[in-house]
Design a protein around this ligand. Structure first.
Ligand SMILES: *Cc1c(COP(=O)(O)O)cnc(C)c1O
Length: 369
């Protein structure tokens, strides 16, 4: 039996893709070997990685060719927090960071280790409830780049559109909303995303860099940390996480045959609208994010009256969560720093899972409200 999987990451994957993996595991593509046993230098694996890259470019609206480099790296988005400033920032030319959540905060801290980070705006004091308006922060010409987190997985806020940073390169951590809707990826100079939320399993991190930024990268870095080394090696400097890349490729193919990012957006909007409508219906529940900043990927809420940041002590939220587990609604516990309830509604989560969640919310409110 499949549960309703609201995990924040690693997260739900399309059942069709899991079935494909099961069927392919022992003998992949008639090679008499498993993908787990292929060489990462084989022509079979080249077809897998170049296929995934081509689909990713198509879905993001990026052209084929050399103007963009696509890398499949390891170390998660967390390594990118360090690798981005190592490659592009310095004391004289720091990276600017918009602090909309805990992941952005961690990214800035890694830049600060190099004395190369500057905070451009912070929502920390009021609990990371919103995305700043354009007038609330600005970029200055000395910045090496401006860094944003397009979707704040823990607090459930999301940028409605990419900001305009003029001549300052835009760097975006898209870990938790990449390919959830059409986006003007060409406006970014660097995009990174751990695969385990919207793209596939954990173990691979997608990094996409504009070649003009790449050419200006800092010199003298250790090879594995130098984007230029990975790019020059045609994206395969060392052993890839081959199975993770293969599975991500199957997820990308699933997105394409499901109607692409436009279809993902329509489905994601429907799921989020259904859940937010229930949160707002009577006042029994309270959403964490300000309405204009609400995320369509991670919906964070609690029973009204349970104190902010102390929801772990809220008997009501706890009763809701344990009832949810009994109903096979899994992974709804809020992040330990926020408490309450968090429902992650990534691309692969079916509408039926949100319907089941909303049904339990109504039943719970009728009994306890
Ligand atoms: C999950 C997440 C991360 C951390 O990813 P790891 O792969 O665990 O390093 C970073 N940024 C965002 C926005 C995330 O959702």
């Amino acid at each position: 039996m499949r549960v309703h999987n609201f995990n924040a990451g690693p997260a739900v994957l399309p059942l069709e893709v899991l079935e494909e993996a099961k069927a392919a595991l022992v003998d992949t593509n008639g090679t008499g070997m498993s993908i787990l046993e292929w060489s990462h230098r084989s022509k079979e694996y080249d077809a897998v990685r170049f296929g995934a890259e081509a689909d990713l470019r198509e879905l993001l609206g990026l052209p084929a060719g050399d103007s963009w480099k696509v890398l499949f790296l390891q170390g998660g988005a967390s390594l990118q927090f360090a690798q981005v400033p190592l490659n592009f920032a310095s004391r004289e030319r720091p990276g600017g960071y918009v602090l909309t959540g805990a992941w952005a905060d961690k990214a800035l801290k890694e830049a600060e280790v190099l004395h190369a980070g500057k905070c451009l705006w912070s929502g920390k004091a009021d609990g990371f409830k919103r995305i700043p308006k354009a007038a609330e922060w600005q970029v200055t010409p000395e910045l090496a780049y401006a860094h944003i987190t397009t979707n704040n997985t823990i607090y459930g806020t999301q940028w409605a559109a990419l900001p305009d940073t003029g001549a300052v390169p835009l760097v975006a951590d898209m870990s938790s909303d990449i390919l959830s809707a059409p986006c003007d990826a060409r406006r970014c100079s660097l995009i990174y995303a751990g695969a385990q939320k919207n793209l596939g399993p954990s173990g691979v991190t997608v990094v996409i860099i504009r070649s003009d930024l790449l050419e200006r990268g800092n010199k003298g870095l250790n090879s594995m940390l130098d984007y230029g080394v990975h790019a020059k090696a045609d994206g395969i400097y060392n052993t890839h996480p081959t199975f993770a890349v293969w599975l991500m490729g199957r997820v990308l193919a699933w997105i394409k045959r499901s109607g692409g990012v436009v279809a993902m957006q329509a489905a994601n909007q429907r799921k989020a609208a259904l859940l937010y409508a229930e949160i707002d219906r009577t006042g029994f529940w309270q959403g964490h994010a300000e309405v204009a900043s609400r995320s369509k990927m991670n919906v964070v809420f609690r029973a009204r009256g349970s104190a902010l940041n102390h929801a772990r002590e809220s008997a009501l939220d706890d009763a809701f969560l344990s009832g949810a587990r009994e109903r096979h609604l899994v992974g709804l516990e809020g992040h330990r720093s926020v408490g309450g309830v968090r429902a992650s509604l990534y691309n692969a989560l079916p509408l039926a899972s949100v319907e089941a969640l909303v049904a339990w919310m109504r039943e719970f409110e009728a009994a306890r409200g």
